[in-house]
Design a protein around this ligand. Sequence first.
Ligand SMILES: NC(=O)C1=CN([C@@H]2O[C@H](COP(=O)(O)OP(=O)(O)OC[C@H]3O[C@@H](n4cnc5c(N)ncnc54)[C@H](OP(=O)(O)O)[C@@H]3O)[C@@H](O)[C@H]2O)C=CC1
Ligand SMILES: O=C(CO)COP(=O)(O)O
Length: 376
Amino acid sequence: MKDSEPVSTSHPPSRPYERIAVLGAGSWGTALASVLARNGHQVRLWARRPELTEEINGASENRQYLRGIILPSGIEATSDLERALDGAETVLVVTPSSTLRNMCQAMRPHLPEGAPIALACKGVERRSGYLLSEVVSEELPGHPVGAVSGPTFAAETALDHPTAATVAFLFSYADRLNPEKSPAVRLAMSLSGGGFRPYVSDDLVGVEVGGAVKNVIAIACGMMSGAGFAENTRAALITRGIYEMKALAEALGGKRETVTGLSGAGDLTLTCSSTTSRNMSLGFQLGQGTPRPSCFEGRDIVVEGEVNAVSVTDLAHRIGVPMPICETVNAVLHKGADLREAFAELWARPIEAEPNALNLSFAHPSPDMPLQFGDV
Ligand SMILES: NC(=O)C1=CN([C@@H]2O[C@H](COP(=O)(O)OP(=O)(O)OC[C@H]3O[C@@H](n4cnc5c(N)ncnc54)[C@H](OP(=O)(O)O)[C@@H]3O)[C@@H](O)[C@H]2O)C=CC1
Ligand SMILES: O=C(CO)COP(=O)(O)O
């Protein structure tokens, strides 16, 4: 090298993960597998039922979860977990949050050493109050853990509609020195293409809190809409829901500003805006007076906010974070509270400052004039 030549300090370019296991062939797992396969990567999609794998491999369609959407080539569906994980450079877990600990235990014997694990499920573990990444860290030490989260309805993503999401991992010291080689960047590169636009974050706590809490707030929005209220109410719940997310994220060591991103405010806006959201839809049906067993015409549908209303409020109690909207949803869903009375009480709480920095709280001036339902 001549003396005059600049010394290159740049690292060799990073590369996306090419061989990826997606565990869970429901709507979101199949949509993520489609994004990755469209980008030219080798995807093994694990479904627990062999008949579903036969349909996906044979007909390039997942009729139960994404009817009418033809899946790209490059997806190999399998119900053999060992086969799904064999040679995987990274793993996306996309089964409901309540299944995560069992999934980790089933994965353990077959996981390639050090393979990063990204969670695309959203929630807080029920008994432990752990964020899902903490469950993975406990069950599968030695594997970097992260999350993919944002405003992403599965069918729209599978159809390649423009969609953005955040890929967050805990950054190790080595990742900070060489961020382009971090699992977050490499997975973002794998997902990036067509309509899918990822962003990268190192605030895993903030990202996970947004995903877990937004489903509970979406149920609240649905309940209030179903009970007859409209846009003002929804905007108030979304905005105050963001405050609840920020408080929880900060108390757990995350950043408040992460909550204003795709995985917090973004996903909250999406799921509180339409009954395409299963969480909003459940709340809406309950708000209209449909008994829980008759919601979704009695079908067993994954509604994460229903389980997470309990786990989020339990966690908030344990660490002393007030989350009145989540509390109200939990009371209605699981403690037999009357929906209208519970929301009337939510609205008649003592007046607070916004933001809460003033530490101000005084009684509602007209507690004898509660919220009127059925007259809006
Ligand atoms: N759908 C969406 O738009 C989005 C969903 N998510 C999140 O993704 C996660 C999965 O949801 P989603 O794909 O929508 O759900 P679906 O209802 O579409 O699919 C659920 C999947 O989980 C599998 N499953 C259910 N129970 C178990 C179990 N005990 N062990 C292993 N697998 C099981 C089902 O298998 P089987 O068919 O055999 O029952 C199915 O493959 C949730 O946390 C959700 O919040 C995140 C972003 C978007
Ligand atoms: O998380 C989702 C979109 O980002 C899906 O929301 P639902 O589970 O409410 O359908």
